[in-house]
Design a protein around this ligand. Structure first.
Ligand SMILES: Nc1ncnc2c1ncn2[C@@H]1O[C@H](COP(=O)(O)OP(=O)(O)OP(=O)(O)O)[C@@H](O)[C@H]1O
Ligand SMILES: [Mg+2]
Length: 223
């Protein structure tokens, strides 16, 4: 890793490999994303896209290689240090959403503020819920929402603190065409107006085409 590059990139992945269950998913993955850049990762089901995104989020450790958030090599940090930085540096949209079941849509979107020790910015939460088309369900709980509705709340939550890096796993996976387009525009707006870097895993070539760069996870390589 060229240290000068690591210092300026919002996300840098250097020589990363991962084996799970005795199967090598990928090896020698290298990429860098600067402020405002967006990358789509495509690939067959089971190719390791979610695993790679989880490594970028420091939810798992690579077998070899390193992951940098700005100037921090996160592979050298302990769990508490990573969690503290992740809260402000990374907005995560999981493939399975992981909303807090006992919190309403609004409370889920405001949760990152509380975790960061800040007073929730209700106006910002309202704006995000409106942008993802969920303002009318702000007081609904996850059990009262469809999968696609939960997905949209999860996207609003990921954007709550305007994180420098957004990692989104199939964020349009359960959405109709109009809502997929709406969500994509919200994510791209975060790149264009706040300078976020975005990595989006997707099966949709149409969605991937909206981003700056498209890479495919195939035959254990990101190409
Ligand atoms: N903890 C684990 N132990 C063993 N194998 C695992 C583990 N987690 C994932 N795998 C396997 O690793 C492979 C890659 O999983 P991953 O979830 O990264 O795929 P994906 O590309 O995101 O697929 P999809 O498009 O279906 O979401 C799969 O074959 C999966 O079964
Ligand atoms: Mg996946």
């Amino acid at each position: 890793m060229n240290q000068a590059h690591a210092n300026t990139a919002t996300l840098a992945v250097a020589g990363v490999s991962k084996t799970l269950g005795g199967v090598q998913l990928f090896k020698d993955v290298n990429l860098q994303l600067q402020q405002g850049e967006s990358l789509a990762v495509v690939g067959e089901s089971g190719s390791g896209k979610s695993t790679l995104l989880h490594l970028m989020a420091a939810l798992d450790q690579p077998d070899t290689g390193e992951v940098y958030w700005a100037d921090k090599n996160i592979c050298t940090l302990n769990t508490n240090q990573v969690a503290a930085i992740r809260l402000r540096h990374v907005g995560l949209v999981f493939q399975a959403y992981y909303l807090m079941p006992h919190l309403s849509a609004r409370q889920n979107v405001e949760l990152p503020f509380l975790l960061a020790g800040q007073k929730p910015d209700s106006a910002h939460a309202s704006l995000l819920l409106e942008q993802v088309g969920m303002a009318h369900k702000a007081n609904s709980f996850p059990r009262e929402m469809s999968g696609g509705e939960q997905q949209r709340v999860a996207i609003a939550r990921a954007l709550a603190l305007n994180p420098p890096l957004i990692l989104a796993d199939e964020p349009t996976g359960n959405l109709d065409e109009d809502n997929a387009e709406r969500v994509l525009q919200v994510l791209l707006q975060a790149c264009n107006t706040h300078g976020c870097a975005l990595v989006m895993v997707t099966h949709s070539m149409k969605a991937a085409g909206h981003l700056n760069q498209q890479l495919s996870l195939a035959e254990h390589r990101l190409v």
